[in-house]
Design a protein around this ligand. Structure first.
Ligand code: BGC
Length: 750
């Protein structure tokens, strides 16, 4: 008798399914109808390896489109574009037969020193979450699953496999988990990748609170949790905590441990069956989504990479309107800097892609400014070495070239050896030979445009004042060179915005004193005050604030209105293009909660929208801020709560260029902080039932506080800090233990 029924799996087969078959694929059981799932990095291009595989980007991979990494793509603040880029990645994944692409990385940029910041979007959780949602939805629209990573609190590379990120509950929830929460709930990634590090002492890969209570029970995740490559410490504890798939293969060790643990009763087989069910569903989804034989249009994807790089660059300054340059003016242009010829366009490590083609800015500039006299001088080398004689000769040649030109475009940035997965940066300086070059060149010619290539912020203070224009190109992907030329010559108008603050100096940064920790622990001592939340709270000057970015046109804001909508708020503002070029504005809405009962940042990004406007054109921009965005994480209640408050909205073009403000009243959640004998009198008096009851009980004592010499004195505050339970023990207080029990009963019966 033949049957369509899948053969049931033995214990050993089930255990084997929870570990990889090799570097990139899972175990398959054709007889049981379970195909293999093929995974690949990720996230800004396919790093598909057929043989000689590794997870560190050491071995090569098949050519694929290298889109701008997250540091750049995020700076577009463009959700539609992010969706399109991720869809293109999905098509390329299909072409390579990849079912799950290992991205996006949405960890918060806690310190500019994190060596992997180029792979992450922002210092802000709302922005990281919004971009992550767009990315996951774009990818998964193509039948390819995402792997949201690195869950969680993987904010440094130093000791990344062992370090414990020690974080208090509020920042953990409001800053570090917040973006993950949003992406999981809104975009439903097929998989989540747990990080290497520990969180408050416990490895993410075997943390039941993180992988089960938060991720599944609270956020409703029903996909597969996959380990970062080699993140498994104890396979059985991991499985019990909710970590379904160990990657890569542990050559049989993991499965053997799992099977033995089930046999000995250490691990409940039900737990294993749960993971097997999730893995089987993932395999079925992958098979259903696969489109064998699909091709992708490499030229179209290159054009998309160029569009993305154009949108990603941030025009930091443009004094006197030096940019855009006129391609037809016949100006003599000096192009200086090795990066113009040898672009730095992506980061290093597991995300490193072999591009399908590579544009250089030098070629693109020559191609655009055909009438201009273009002369090139490398100015420095990018091999990371320093040789005073060679460097000085290169500098002199560059200065001669600059002196003879009308305008200089100077390409500076970080050599590849400065930042990578696997280690952190030691400082945020450009190489000394580059700043020396800048000084010399800017002395020889005042019209200098600096174009930067770097995966994380560099210090600009000290030299930015010497030049009239700076274009931050980040790592622009394979078409970054041509995108730069488009922007320099005004074929496109810059509209990127900073997703991270550029500080004046590393000493000003929030995690400066704690990063990267020692003795296996890193304390997140700055709490909620990450990125602009820190600079604003401390009223620190910065080089360029979060959200900043100029355009070749200008925008005016008027008619701000904020109304209640669905328990949250709806904001409408009129934006007008008041310049003479078409342009795109990124409208940012920040919220202040000045009278909150808990500590709050000065302002927090709660919404944004983009609009493209022709010269003179105006339009109403609408931003909805869901109720959820008004919530803070209440540590006592262990829950998200919306406080009843007058919230103030500030709307503008950066976190420090806020043009209009309006307030809105939001109804609070129906929540009463519980009280018991351990609560203070102040807490009891805030309780709607306990407060009045205690008032009656303590009337004799309170009368003297109210009316006597104690009123308003420091002693009153001291008394309010007393623990309720203490009262019955104080000699002169006429309150008995029995009376307190009656009081407690009154509160609990309500
Ligand atoms: C990285 C991940 C990557 C994995 C597979 C790890 O070292 O942290 O981001 O997806 O390797 O290459």
């Amino acid at each position: 008798m033949t049957s369509n029924k899948a053969t049931p799996l033995s214990l050993e087969q089930k255990a084997a399914l929870t570990s990889g078959a090799g570097w990139w694929d899972t175990v398959s059981y054709p007889q049981a109808g379970i195909p293999a799932v093929v995974m690949s990095d990720g996230p800004h291009g396919l790093r598909f390896q057929e043989s000689d595989a590794d997870h560190l980007g050491l071995s090569s991979s098949a050519p694929a489109t290298c889109f701008p990494p997250a540091v750049a793509l995020g700076s577009s603040w463009d959700l539609g574009l992010t969706h399109r880029v991720a869809s293109a990645l999905g098509r390329e994944a299909q072409f390579f037969g990849v079912n799950v692409l290992l991205g996006p990385g949405i960890n918060i940029k806690r310190s500019p020193l994190c060596g992997r910041n180029f792979e992450y979007f922002s210092e802000d959780p709302l922005l990281s979450g919004a971009l992550g949602v767009a990315w996951v939805k774009g990818l998964q629209s193509q039948g390819v699953g995402a792997s949201l990573k690195h869950f969680a609190a993987n904010n440094q590379e130093t000791d990344r496999m062992t370090i414990s990120a020690d974080i208090a509950a509020r920042p953990l929830q409001e800053i570090y988990l917040r973006a993950f929460r949003r992406v999981v709930m809104e975009a439903k990634p097929w998989t989540v990748m747990c990080s290497y590090n520990r969180i408050n002492g416990l490895h993410a890969s075997q943390n039941p609170w993180l992988l089960t209570e938060i991720l599944r029970d609270e956020w409703g995740f029903n996909g597969v949790v996959v380990s970062d490559w080699g993140a498994v410490v104890d396979r059985v504890k991991g499985l019990a905590a909710g970590m379904d798939l160990e990657m890569p293969s542990s050559s049989g060790a993991g499965p053997a441990r799992v099977a033995a643990a089930v046999r000995s009763g250490e691990l409940d087989e039900v737990r294993l069956d749960l993971s097997v069910a999730r893995l089987t569903t993932l395999a079925a989804k992958s098979a259903f989504g696969a489109r064998p034989g699909i091709m992708f249009d490499a030229e179209a994807h290159h054009a998309l990479a160029r569009e993305a790089a154009v949108r990603s660059a941030v025009l930091l300054k443009n004094d006197g309107g030096l940019l855009p340059l006129d391609p037809a003016s016949g100006q003599k242009i000096a192009v200086i800097g090795e990066f113009a010829r040898t672009p730095r366009y992506q980061g290093a490590g597991s995300s490193q892609v072999v591009p399908t083609q590579l544009d250089t800015a030098l070629d693109a500039i020559k191609g655009l400014a055909v009438n201009a006299g273009i002369r090139f001088a490398p100015g420095f080398t990018v091999d990371g070495t320093s040789d005073p004689i060679r460097d000085s000769a290169l500098r002199q040649e560059a200065v001669r070239t600059a002196a003879e030109a009308d305008v200089v475009v100077l390409f500076l940035g970080l050599p590849a050896s400065y930042e990578s997965e696997g280690f952190d940066r030691e400082h945020i300086e450009l190489p000394a030979e580059q700043t020396a070059l800048l000084e010399a060149v800017s002395s020889a010619n005042r019209n200098v445009v600096v174009v930067l290539a770097n995966g994380s912020v560099v210090r600009l203070s000290g030299w930015a004042d010497r030049v009239p224009a700076i274009l931050e190109g980040w790592l622009g992907g394979q078409a970054g060179g041509s995108a730069t030329a488009d922007l320099l010559f005004g074929r496109a108008n810059p509209s990127g915005r900073l997703t991270e603050t550029i500080p004046l100096r590393i000493e000003d940064t929030p995690a400066y004193l704690d990063f990267p920790g020692e003795g296996g622990h890193v304390s997140y001592g700055e709490g909620l005050f990450v990125g602009y939340r820190h600079y604003d709270a401390r009223k620190l000057e910065v080089s360029f604030p979060f959200g900043h970015g100029l355009s070749y046109t200008s925008f005016e804001y008027s008619d701000l209105r904020v109304d209640n909508a669905d328990g949250g708020a709806r904001l409408a503002v009129r934006v007008r293009n008041s310049g003479d070029r078409a342009g795109r504005e990124v409208v940012q809405a920040y919220v202040q909660a000045p009278c909150s009962r808990v500590q709050r940042p000065e302002r927090e990004l709660k919404g944004f929208a983009t609009i493209e406007l022709q010269p003179g054109e105006a339009a109403e921009v609408v931003i909805t801020v869901p109720r959820d965005e008004f919530a803070y994480y209440d540590v006592g209640a262990a829950a998200w709560l919306v406080e009843e408050l007058e919230y103030s909205f500030q709307v503008g073009t950066s976190s420090r260029d806020l043009r209009l403000a309006a307030a809105v009243h939001i109804q609070g959640d129906d929540f009463v902080a519980p009280v018991d004998k351990e609560s203070t009198l102040a807490e009891w008096f805030r309780h709607p039932v306990g407060g009045p009851a205690l008032q009656v009980l303590l009337e004799p004592v309170l009368a003297s506080v109210r009316e006597g010499a104690l009123k308003g004195s420091p002693r009153e505050k001291m008394i309010m800090g007393t623990r309720l339970g203490q009262l019955a023990q104080f000699p002169a207080v006429p309150v008995t233990e029995d009376q307190l029990d009656v009081l407690m009963a009154q509160v609990f019966s309500n």
